[in-house]
Design a protein around this ligand. Structure first.
Ligand code: C2E
Ligand code: MG
Ligand code: MG
Ligand code: MG
Length: 282
């Protein structure tokens, strides 16, 4: 009788081991493990006032150093996280990492804000609002210092998104509409509820300041922002010509390689320090 029991037990253990190895070797398994072990990192990309070039904030962009020298792009692993119930732990981890960095960042520049990207799933329940409140209270960071980026896609997929966004604003957070103009949701939501900032998608900024600009929809996107009295941030600004066009069209803020690429917290601190020196010498 013990022999079959032993065989069954042995098989079960082998199967379990195999499943464990397989889960660890698949990309999803590795991502789950990396989140659990807090191996993700956050990089910061400056958001500047276009007229003065002064840094007013930064966007937190998640990074996954998967192996030595290999960074998996968020375009790849964020959708993977969304499809595998990993987005909530990912968002929580990013928020946590940002709050840790915030302590030093705010010592240098107390008026700075950092914006965090939310996924549609984060906008589907008020769970994130509770997490945010609790996390900020624990490290004594004011809600004004954390902005929230939501895409139009987020509103389409979550009935509750409008309520969540209103709640976030009532809590004192700025709400930024990310990739503005690329969604298929129509613009009616802008009349239904309040947001603070439109982030004009890079695809519209690419053509401004060039010959192709006359055929571009960029001026119309900017016009929408003005008529709704919303602040705008241009994404993906890479050239002086683009910056000049944006200033001429009344866009206040910009983000892009012209001002700085996404960088680790320490490099961002150096960036802010250098900026302080630059302005002191003027
Ligand atoms: P996004 O939120 O629209 O972020 C802007 C992306 O444009 C970033 O790509 C940034 O590195 C890139 N970028 C900024 N300026 C320039 C420029 O001048 N030229 C070019 N070529 N690219 C520029 P990244 O870091 O690869 O992130 C891609 C997307 O992944 C983000 O788009 C966002 O949708 C998502 N993502 C990033 N971090 C998070 C996160 O913590 N949570 C969630 N849910 N999504 C995130
Ligand atoms: Mg964003
Ligand atoms: Mg964006
Ligand atoms: Mg984008």
């Amino acid at each position: 009788i013990w022999l079959p029991v032993g065989v069954v037990l042995g098989l079960a253990i082998a199967a379990g081991l195999l499943m464990y190895i397989r889960s660890r070797s698949s990309l999803v398994g590795q991502l789950r493990y990396a989140i659990r072990r807090r191996q993700l990192q956050v990089h910061y990309q400056p958001i500047v006032d276009l007229a003065t070039r002064r840094c007013i904030g930064a966007e937190a962009l998640v990074r996954w150093p998967q192996a030595r020298d290999v960074m998996v792009r968020p375009d790849v692993f964020v959708p993977l996280a969304e499809d595998n119930q990993l987005i909530q732990p990912l968002t929580d981890l990013v928020l946590d990492l940002v709050c840790k960095d915030m302590a030093t960042l705010l010592q240098l520049r107390s008026d700075l804000y950092v914006s965090i990207n939310l996924a549609a799933i984060d906008l589907s329940t008020d769970r994130f609002c509770a997490v945010l409140k609790r996390t900020l209270a624990a490290c004594s960071i004011e809600p004004q210092r954390i902005a929230i980026e939501a895409t139009e896609r987020g509103f389409m997929h979550a009935q509750t998104a409008v309520g969540i966004i209103q709640q976030l604003r009532q809590m004192g957070h700025r709400v930024l509409i990310d990739d503005f103009g690329t969604g298929y949701s129509g613009l009616s939501y802008l009349q239904t509820f309040q947001v603070d900032v439109l982030k004009i998608d890079k695809s519209f900024i690419d053509t401004v300041g060039t010959e192709a600009a006359t055929a571009s929809v960029a001026p119309h996107i900017v016009e929408i922002g003005h008529s709704l009295h919303l602040k705008m941030i241009a994404e993906g600004v890479e050239s002086e010509a683009q910056a000049a066009w944006l200033v001429a069209h009344g866009v206040q803020s910009g983000q892009g390689w012209l001002f700085g690429k996404p960088m680790p917290a320490q490099a961002f601190l150096d960036y802010l320090n250098n900026e302080r020196q630059r302005t002191r010498h003027v």
